[in-house]
Ligand binder design. Structure first.
Ligand SMILES: Nc1ncnc2c1ncn2[C@@H]1O[C@H](COP(=O)(O)OP(=O)(O)OP(=O)(O)O)[C@@H](O)[C@H]1O
Ligand SMILES: [Mg+2]
Length: 263
């Protein structure tokens, strides 16, 4: 068992170097959906864009965030905020300073993992949102992800160089930092059901088996108008209009995620 992992806690990161492929939406949907299923969940925002924090409707002004936690200036339990459904370790633009401030510090890759260790046993799941790059914040997230990484990809851009880079970064992380930093599943997002599903699926599956030794989740998340507006209004996925395709898709995904990870 990985260091810092209790028998009940599971920690995963959601990643892709590419921007806009639904990492944050998936983290918010997972955190909320796992809570609906009775689990206690912490969502960690590791993106200086703070999109998860904004979606949750949390204002970081004059508040400590994951930045102070990583810089060891604020205790993690005093920085976590308790939302209606899940707990959140929030972020804002200050997080972007971590890379430069820790540039010469030994063990910088382990800062998030170390910060989460004392509170991990209080949660059934910890889900980490990562920024669209493979810098230190993403590596810290991979180091903390004792139960692996979910890769999200929008259906139109699976055959990119970014995927190869992500696979390479994960492989280096497994070698030097966290042997469990493997992809546990690939989630296809912004899927358009009008496409020729069988052909697209075959292409996607083949492409991914080239990069990662990991299965595609059976659930696809449909491209749906309405998700963006609801997020801007800080509406949780489970409070969104049920006629939004992505909302019911995420419910199926959460069940599939639980089945796979508790097998
Ligand atoms: N199923 C969906 N259909 C259509 N739009 C969506 C869907 N899910 C999310 N979006 C919208 O797509 C945009 C990108 O989503 P999201 O922020 O989750 O991606 P991301 O990978 O976290 O982006 P970044 O790399 O910038 O962090 C957002 O505006 C979001 O509201
Ligand atoms: Mg994001």
């Amino acid at each position: 068992m990985a260091k810092g992992k209790t028998s009940s806690n599971r920690t995963v990161a959601v990643a892709n170097r590419k921007g806009g492929c639904c990492k944050t939406t998936t983290v918010g949907a997972l955190a909320s959906g796992l809570t609906q299923q009775g689990y206690k969940v912490l969502a960690v925002d590791m993106d200086p864009q703070g999109n998860l924090t904004d979606w949750a409707g949390f204002d970081t002004e004059d508040k400590d965030t994951v930045y102070e936690v990583i810089m060891q200036r604020s205790p993690v339990n005093e920085t976590i905020v308790h939302l209606d459904r899940y707990d959140l370790l929030p972020a804002d633009a200050a997080l972007a300073n971590v890379e430069a401030e820790l540039a010469n510090v030994q063990g910088r890759e382990y800062r998030l993992r170390e910060a989460l260790e004392p509170i991990a046993s209080e949660y059934d799941f910890i889900v980490i949102d990562t920024p669209p790059n493979l810098g230190l914040l993403t590596i810290q997230s991979f180091a903390a992800a004792a139960d692996g990484v979910v890769v999200t990809t929008d259906a139109g851009s699976f055959a990119t160089k970014g995927m190869r880079d992500l696979a390479e970064s994960l492989s280096m992380t497994r070698k030097y930092i966290n042997p469990n930093a493997r992809v546990i599943g690939i989630l296809l997002t912004k899927f358009n059901p009008r496409w020729n599903t069988m052909k697209t699926m075959k292409e996607v599956t083949e492409k991914f088996s080239e990069y990662f030794d990991a299965p595609l989740y059976q659930t696809f998340i449909r491209q749906s108008v309405g998700v963006m507006t609801a997020q801007l209004e800080s509406i949780d996925i489970y409070d969104m209009d049920k006629s939004i395709g992505a909302v019911s898709d995420y419910q199926s995904f959460v069940k599939e995620f639980i089945n796979n990870i508790t097998k």
